[in-house]
Design a protein around this ligand. Structure first.
Ligand code: GAR
Length: 222
């Protein structure tokens, strides 16, 4: 197997998706190695989890910088220092500049708690309930300069129940986030996909661990 891709995870808070990625990457045949967890908030709960597992962590507080470019320059120094090849945004609540996004094009993944392109932005679960949709879910996508846009790598759908609240719906969606993010990172790090005309196309001829396989339609069954 080719070398595991050196991967950084950017977080701002709880870090449950980060934990799912770290756990998946403990398997020696997982194609990505999580070598850095970076947070813009010192109080992000996920930092302790990463530290306990011997992963390098860093805090770069965006508030001490004059602007986004300066903040991202500091992040880039750290990413270069750790020879990062792939970045996963896992609940990282800062908008990135087009320059940073373009620099990392095809190597920058984000998880979003909706079936994009529906419900970009915040409060996705409450908005889905208010609209009365029957199906909701989550998406892992390559990051493009516009908010919550970019080629979709994987999605999982959950049924919306009559008695759902934003919290109960969020919890079921989160369970699926923890499945599709490790699967999507494995597909990217393992070189199992290409971007063609803004769409992700999978090469299923390449062998990969079955548990990590993203189906041909990019949709994992809940
Ligand atoms: C997750 O639900 C993730 O999809 C969402 O933040 C949560 C972070 O939870 N991301 C966004 O809304 C980005 N637009 P976590 O810190 O436990 O992974």
């Amino acid at each position: 197997m080719s070398a595991r891709k050196r991967t950084a995870i950017l977080i701002s808070g709880r870090g449950s998706n980060m934990s799912a990625l770290i756990e998946a990457a403990r398997s020696p045949d997982y194609p990505a190695d999580i070598v850095l967890v970076l947070s813009n908030r010192a109080e992000a709960q996920g930092l302790a989890y990463a530290r306990e597992r011997g992963i390098a962590t860093a805090v770069i507080d965006h508030k001490i910088y004059a602007g986004r470019e300066e903040f991202e320059k500091s992040m880039q120094v750290l990413l270069d220092l750790h020879h990062i090849e792939i970045i996963c945004l896992a609940g990282f609540l800062r908008v990135l500049t087009p320059a940073f996004v373009q620099h990392w094009e095809g190597r920058l993944l984000n998880i979003h708690p909706s079936l994009l392109p529906a419900y970009r932005g915040l409060d996705t679960h409450a908005r889905a309930l208010a609209d009365g949709v029957k199906i909701h879910g989550c998406t892992v996508h390559f990051v493009a300069p516009a908010l919550d846009e970019g080629p979709i790598i994987a999605q999982a759908a959950v049924a919306v129940l009559d008695d759902d609240t934003p919290d109960t719906l969020a919890a079921r969606v989160l369970t699926q986030e923890h499945v599709i993010f490790p699967a999507a990172l494995a597909a990217v790090a393992g070189g199992h996909l290409q971007i063609k005309d803004n769409r992700v196309v999978f090469d299923h001829a390449k062998p990969e661990p079955p548990a990590l396989r993203v189906p041909a339609d990019g949709m994992l069954d809940p």
